[in-house]
Design a protein around this ligand. Sequence first.
Ligand SMILES: [Zn+2]
Length: 219
Amino acid sequence: MVIRKSSSSPGATHRVPPQSAPLDGRLAVQFANTAHPSTSNQDSLRTWEGLLAFLSGAGVISAERFRNLLEWEHASAPAIQQLLQAAVRLRTAVREALLAVADGGTTRESLISPINEILAITEGHDELMYEAGNWQLKFRAREESLEWLLAAIARSAAEIIAEGSRAPLRRCANPACGLLIYDTSRTRRRRWCSMALCGNRSKVASFARRHHPSRSSQA
Ligand SMILES: [Zn+2]
C-alpha cells in the first residue's frame, strides 16, 4: 500500500522531519515507554487510533495526516493489523536494546535486526523542496509503505544505540517505575521520569520517613 506524505505538519507539537535530520533520541524512548503500564491504562499499540495518536503526539505526523490515516481503518484492515504487529515487534526490540544501553551493556544482535528491517525500507534521498517561501531540505522516500510510519522511531533508536554509553539514557530512579529517560537537561542529572509522578512520590516518601520514621515501611 502506498501512502502520500503530507508536505507540512501544522498540528505537530514540534517538527520532526521523518528522515535524515538527526532526531534527539527522545522519540524512541517515548515509544519504548508505551510498553509500560504506568504510562497509560491502555497500550497505544493495540489499536490503529492508538498508534496514530502516539505518532501525532510525538510530532511524527501532522494532525491532518492523523485524520486522513484514521479513515483507512476499515479499508485497509489487514495491512493495519500487520503494521500494529510490526510496531509491537519493533517496540520489544527497541525497549530491550535501550535498556541495554541504559545499563551500560551491549545490545544483542537479535534486537538489532528488527530495527534494521525498518531502516531498510526507508530508502530515499534528500531533496530541496520549495515550501512556505523557502527552499527546505526534505527526505523523499523511494517507496512509502505503511511501515514507513515506523521509520522515524527506528531511526531514533538506531541513533541512541550508536551513541552507546555516551547516550544520556537511564532508568527512572524509582526502581518500581521502569520508564526510560533521555536526559536532555543542561546538567544531565535528571533522575525521575516525571517530577509529578516519581519525583513527588520520592519526596513524599522521604518526608514521611523523616517525620514518621515508624511509618517508613508504608511509604
Ligand atoms: Zn518514574
